[in-house]
Design a protein around this ligand. Structure first.
Ligand SMILES: Cc1cc2nc3c(=O)[nH]c(=O)nc-3n(C[C@H](O)[C@H](O)[C@H](O)COP(=O)(O)OP(=O)(O)OC[C@H]3O[C@@H](n4cnc5c(N)ncnc54)[C@H](O)[C@@H]3O)c2cc1C
Length: 477
């Protein structure tokens, strides 16, 4: 681990609790405590002998003698690491439920939504694909509804333009039927089967043999949503803060607070929510959470249709996804800004936050490739991986994929667009973790897997985490 590892603390050693030394010490201290005392554990000399003893630093039984009014002063009640859409929505939901708590978002970049949230394709997902009963299915459905209400209330432009999922080969029709069943199981309103003629009516340039029309899909700018969430959090309580350029590098756990260490200095906070996206496993490492997964970064590269070719796409057009892979396959999407994007492919990224094909980071690459799960994933999906890399390097191969949906698309219609890096949790046995993964330990909640559709689902994920915080952290006020 890096140098900040030294800040993390392990669980206390119960066998040492109540030793004669400790009792004498506690009696001595407690005799001198007044009800309104605010204890500064770090600078109070009465605690010095505890701090000098390894293994006793933060399991000081004085905590059981201290009344709430005498608890140590903290800077914030809740610290949220990461001002992407999940962290912001979580802060917003906690602020709404507990308006008197002081919340701080710590973000390492100069601006919010600098990574996944600012590099996604801006689709309000319907929730069609997800395992019925999964957190993904539930939060996508609820999150979409809340997102639309939030956008309406705050005048954020969006368009529920709907999408079609198109089968282009007879072998895909059975999977299309299964998707239809799934739409019913996931309670999606208005999904209907369409034939080749109806596909042409909706998307004149698209050719397919059968399809699904999904009206509850839309488009939005998630960066604008993120900005509005940040404004709302700060409006709810005057002491709520958004600290940009504050990279969290370590933790020092004490009885009543945790010292959260950033590149700009330490802060005392009571509870912490890790929403660090591509870095969430590393934040969890700092507090010794035992992880059976790692974040493996996959870069998605987009192209844009240019000039008159933009008119070839009226709404959103998706292929029937291959259930063996976590990604949806190459598709066409309109953006709320009026562009038409196509792609993405999904290639392993040599850098977690690298947005260029040549981006490389030794630590990121080593962490991914030294993990057995990544190697198992690559072995299982070798052919798929090679095809995706080939498509990334060779435009005609990408065009061939796109032509399956819109035969008239040519290389001349395309220019390179943006790309984004997905944080995909992969288990030790090489399976991509399918559902959202949120874990609780001590005064921490870790969001360990929040890939697509987490932007759509963010407000519902925020509610889920808020409920967890309320019960696990015993939040009041
Ligand atoms: C290419 C692509 C396309 C997608 N398309 C869609 C879509 O159309 N619809 C949809 O719903 N979802 C989509 N998604 C998924 C969606 O964008 C993500 O699931 C969502 O943005 C995750 O949000 P987040 O807040 O968890 O992560 P992020 O947005 O990555 O935010 C995490 C934040 O944590 C910060 N951070 C990390 N480490 C630290 C640290 N040590 N200290 C302080 N701050 C730290 C980072 O700087 C970052 O700002 C897409 C994703 C990608 C990559």
């Amino acid at each position: 681990m890096g140098p900040h590892r030294s800040h993390s603390k392990i669980e206390p050693v119960p066998a040492k609790v109540g030793t004669p030394h400790r009792c004498r010490c506690l009696n001595r201290i407690s005799k001198r405590l007044n009800e309104n005392d605010v204890i500064d554990y770090d600078n109070d000399k009465r605690f010095a002998d505890h701090d000098n003893e390894p293994g006793r630093q933060y399991h000081c039984p004085i905590s059981s003698l201290i009344m709430p009014a005498m608890q140590p002063k903290t800077d914030f009640d809740i610290a949220i690491i990461g001002a992407g859409i999940v962290g912001l929505a979580t802060a917003y939901k906690i602020a709404l439920a507990h308006p008197s708590l002081r919340i701080c978002l710590f973000e390492k970049e100069k601006e919010i939504a600098a990574h996944q949230t600012g590099h996604n394709s801006g689709v309000i997902h319907s929730g069609l694909y997800y395992q019925p009963g999964s957190i993904k299915a539930k939060t996508c459905r609820e999150g979409r509804r809340e997102l639309v209400e939030f956008a309406q209330k705050h005048h954020i432009p969006f368009d529920m333009c709907g999408k079609i999922v198109v089968a282009t080969h007879p072998s895909e029709v059975a999977r299309l039927d299964q998707l239809y069943e799934r739409a019913q199981a996931n309670q999606l309103a208005g999904v209907e089967k369409i034939d080749a003629h109806q596909i042409k009516e909706i998307e004149p340039e698209c050719s397919g043999i059968a399809g699904l029309r999904v009206p509850c899909t839309g488009i939005i700018d998630f960066v604008q949503v993120a900005r509005t969430l940040a404004e709302q959090v700060q409006a709810i309580h005057a002491e709520n803060r958004l600290k940009l350029e504050h990279r969290v590098i370590g933790f020092d756990r004490h009885d009543y607070y945790t010292k959260l260490v950033t590149n700009q200095g330490p802060f005392r906070v009571r509870n912490i929510v890790n929403c660090a996206g591509l870095q969430s496993d590393r934040i969890a490492d700092l507090v010794d959470v035992r992880l059976d997964m790692r974040i493996v970064p996959f870069r998605g590269e987009y192209h844009q249709l240019i000039g008159a070719a933009k008119d070839k796409v009226k709404h959103l057009i998706y292929p029937v996804p291959d259930p063996r892979f976590p990604f949806l396959g190459v598709h066409f999407t309109r953006t709320i800004g009026g562009e038409v994007e196509c792609g993405p492919n999904a290639v392993f990224s040599w850098k977690r936050e690298g947005y260029h094909r040549l981006s490389f980071d030794f630590r990121d690459s080593w962490d991914a490739l030294s993990f057995a799960g990544t190697r198992a994933l690559f072995r299982k999906n070798l052919r798929y991986g090679i095809r995706e890399y080939a498509q990334s390097l060779c435009k005609p191969l990408l065009v061939r994929q796109l032509k399956r949906l819109i035969p008239s698309v040519t290389s001349a219609d395309l220019q390179r667009g943006h790309c984004g890096v997905r944080a995909q949790a992969v288990s030790r046995n090489g399976e991509p973790v399918d559902d959202f993964k949120i874990e609780h330990q001590h005064n921490f909640i870790h969001v360990l897997n929040a890939p697509s559709p987490a932007a759509t689902a963010a407000l519902a994920i925020g509610s889920h985490i808020q409920a967890l915080c309320t019960s696990r952290f015993n939040l009041k006020g």
